[in-house]
Design a protein around this ligand. Structure first.
Ligand code: AMP
Length: 311
C-alpha cells in the first residue's frame, strides 16, 4: 500500500496503472475510519483492480461554528484498516495542496442541495461538490463509492456527475449500523455513554416507520408521526422529513414512489444524521421505477423494505 501527500506523485503513479487498463475505484473519506468506511472499501476492492482511499478533512464543507478543529483523527489506525482491506493507495493531502493560494473556483449544486442538511448547513454541499470534483479530477476513478448514510450527499453527487458529464460511475453502499441500530459515524466518538444510549432513538424511529411502511402504512404524515414518537430523547430535532429518493422533493400524501425518511438531530454537543429508504413493493413499481430504485440504491437493486438491522 502506497501513501501520497502530493497530487503530482499520486497522479504519476495512477497514470501507470490506468495505461495498463486497470480499473480504478475511489473511496473519499475524512478519516477516523470505521466499519461503514470499510464497507465502501470492500465494495471497491471487490469491483476494481486498484482502490484509492482519500483521507482529507475538507475545510470548505464545515461552517464557522462547526467541528472542523476537533474532527477526530486516527491516522495509524486508518492505515491499518486500509492495509488489511487491500487498499492500493491512500491519498492524504493537506489543505494547502487542495486549496493553494489563489484558489477561487467552486462547484455550486442546485436545488437538490437546498433542503435538509443544505438548509441547516449553508455552504456545506458547495464545499462537498467542490472537493469531490477536485478529487475526481485528481484520481480519475472509473467508480466512486459513497455511503447511503449521507443520503443527500449521494443525491448531490449523482446530480453533479450527470450535470457536468463527469466520467465516473457512482455506487451507493447501504448504511452500516451498530447492533442496536445506530448508524456508524466518526462523530459517534463525541457521544458520552449517556448520549450514546439516547442516540439509539434515531434509528429506532426510522426503522419503526420503515416497518410500518412494509406493513402497508403509506400515509406520509402517519409515517413521520411514528418516527417522531420514538425520537423524543434528542435535544434538538433539526429535521425529520420524507423526501423523494431521487429529486429530494418533499413527499406529500401517500408514499407511492421510492422515498427517503431523513433525520438530523443534536444529542448533547453531537449532531447526527440518518435515513432509511421506503421502497414500494415490486408489483407496485413500473420497470422505469425499478430502474430508479437500482440507481438510487447502487448495487442493492432490490425492492421491498431495506433489510432492517436488529433494534
Ligand atoms: P466521512 O468520512 O464521514 O466523510 O464518510 C466517508 C464516506 O463513508 C461517505 O461516503 C459516507 O457516506 C460513508 N459512510 C460513513 N458512515 C457510513 C456508514 N455507517 N455506512 C456506510 N457508509 C458510511
Amino acid at each position: 500500500m502506497l501513501t501520497f501527500r502530493m497530487i503530482k506523485s499520486l497522479t504519476q503513479c495512477l497514470r501507470g496503472y490506468r495505461s495498463s487498463g486497470l480499473r480504478v475505484g475511489f473511496v473519499p473519506t475524512m478519516g477516523f475510519l470505521h466499519a461503514g468506511h470499510r464497507a465502501l472499501i470492500d465494495e471497491s476492492v471487490a469491483r476494481c483492480d486498484i482502490t484509492v482511499v482519500s483521507i482529507f478533512v475538507n475545510p470548505t464543507q464545515f461552517g464557522p461554528n462547526e467541528d472542523l478543529d476537533r474532527y477526530p483523527r486516527a491516522l495509524e489506525a486508518d492505515h491499518e484498516l486500509c492495509r488489511k482491506a487491500g487498499v492500493s493507495m491512500i491519498f492524504m493531502p493537506d489543505a494547502g495542496e487542495i486549496y493553494p493560494p489563489g484558489f477561487q473556483t467552486h462547484v455550486e449544486p442546485g436545488p437538490v442541495a437546498e433542503p435538509l442538511c443544505g438548509a441547516v448547513r449553508p455552504g456545506h454541499f458547495r464545499g462537498v461538490a467542490t472537493v469531490v470534483t477536485k478529487l475526481f479530477a485528481i484520481v480519475q476513478p472509473d467508480v466512486a463509492f459513497f455511503g447511503q448514510k449521507d443520503f443527500q450527499q449521494c443525491a448531490v453527487i449523482r446530480q453533479m456527475v450527470r450535470d457536468l458529464n463527469l466520467p465516473v460511475e457512482i455506487v451507493t453502499v447501504p448504511t452500516v449500523r451498530e447492533p442496536d441500530g445506530l448508524a456508524l459515524s466518526s462523530r459517534n466518538s463525541y457521544l458520552d455513554p449517556a448520549d450514546r444510549v439516547r442516540a439509539r432513538c434515531l434509528s429506532q424511529g426510522l426503522l419503526a416507520a420503515q416497518v410500518a411502511y412494509g406493513e402497508g402504512e403509506q400515509d406520509s404524515q402517519r409515517l413521520l408521526a411514528i418516527a417522531r414518537s420514538l425520537m423524543n430523547e434528542v435535544d434538538q430535532l433539526q429535521y425529520l422529513e420524507l423526501r423523494d429518493a431521487r429529486t429530494l422533493e418533499a413527499v406529500q400524501g401517500l408514499v407511492e414512489q421510492p422515498a427517503a425518511l431523513c433525520v438530523a438531530a443534536t444529542i448533547g454537543p453531537t449532531r447526527l444524521i440518518d435515513n432509511v429508504l421506503l421502497i414500494p413493493p415490486p408489483t407496485a413499481l413500473s420497470d422505469r421505477e425499478l430502474e430508479l430504485v437500482s440507481h438510487v440504491m447502487g448495487r442493492q437493486a432490490t425492492a421491498g423494505a431495506q433489510g432492517s438491522p436488529p433494534l
